[in-house]
Design a protein around this ligand. Sequence first.
Ligand code: EPZ
Length: 419
Amino acid sequence: MSHLRITGGRPLRGEIAVQGAKNSVLPILSATILSADACRIRCCPRLDDVDAAAEILAYLGCAVRWEGGDLVVDSSRMTGCHIPRYLMEKMRSSVIFLGPLLARFGEASLSYPGGCQLGPRPIDLHLQALREMGAEIREDGGRLLCRARRLRGAEISLPIPSVGATENILLAGCGAAGTTILSGAAREPEIEDLQSFLVRCGAQVSGAGGHTVAVVGKQPLHGCQHRCIGDRIAAATYLCAAAATGGQIALLGVEQRHLGAVCRVLQRCGCTMRHEEGFLALRGPERLRGANIIATAPFPGFPTDAQAILMATLCRADGATMMVENLFDSRFRHVPELRRMGAHIRCQGRTAVVYGVDALHGAAMRATDLRGGAALVVAALQAEEPSAIYEIHHIQRGYEDIARDIRALGGHIDFAADG
Ligand code: EPZ
């Protein structure tokens, strides 16, 4: 096991290309099950969660191989439709295999998914929608046993725009008989990316990015080559790190429209931003201003995945910021760790108030979840003394190599063996 060692206090400067989006590639890897030929995911981010998805595909009998930076999945000879518990528990996105497995085999058996501990993360909306499409689902000893001789298209309305449920419904709809109309769909850019992939494979899907998505069932799909969108949360992490250190950076391979809410907050705090297609630049002020109130919301609102990262960014701001977490019950687990560095943060329920302090000092900290871990990196970059961040496996689920990227921007960060 290793930890990250970081010595901060210097502005980040430079230009990097942003990795492909974790939350795009994971449902796309599940979608490869619907294809009768090989699919090539170009420049696929090398993440622990991608390895977990590849392991599930291999277990199901797909041929999965890396070719340089591309991940190639051939599901033409797959036979399995059962995913064992140890694979399900590796990540939340394992549940997105349910829709495509039912669509292809009319059968699936799996257990509840793992993933970051952010409070309760039910899958009731996934199961309800699949039942409306004709699936019979029963639970036996923690296993979900699912059957549908042939899924049928349905009119489904989601009461909450769940990202995962939207993805499962889209994928199930591709293999269902007839048309599925989903209203109340999640509008995240990763849903649009999933639609792009499916359309490339010959599927009839339209409306992603809006509230209503339509899918005309058609099976099997054919193979395709696809390059995922840039990872907007990795991009937000580096923008925040530059903002917090008074730096100046440019990011390639990311769309400003995917990051509108984050950019608006950073501008409110005193950053100057510039963008062109696939290019986003930020210059941070000497000291950031507090952001007043930030409330997380589904896209296009302020992303819950950037909440911890922005909180770390504003620990030394001039003024206070109130952060309201509206999506998950337990997404302030990074706060006690930030306090070790001298941050002044008060929490009550789903609200946290960050009072800017003059300086943060180095500390030993523990990553509690993926984005909470990234937030500790952003905080440590602001302290002149060395910091250590342990339990970085959380960070490695979603960042290809955060140390490589920060180093490319002039930051002092490296891996060291735990001892
Ligand atoms: C996706 O998780 C992302 N993960 C999360 O990113 C992200 O935080 C989240 O969307 C919200 O944007 C992936 O895409 C792999 P949801 P997901 O279903 O799909 C409730 C990261 O750091 N809900 O949109 O699991 C749920 O409890 C990760 O990269 C139900 O009540 O999120 C939550 O309050 C962490 N029943 C809300 O909906 C359900 O059946 C939104 O969850 C499903 C969800």
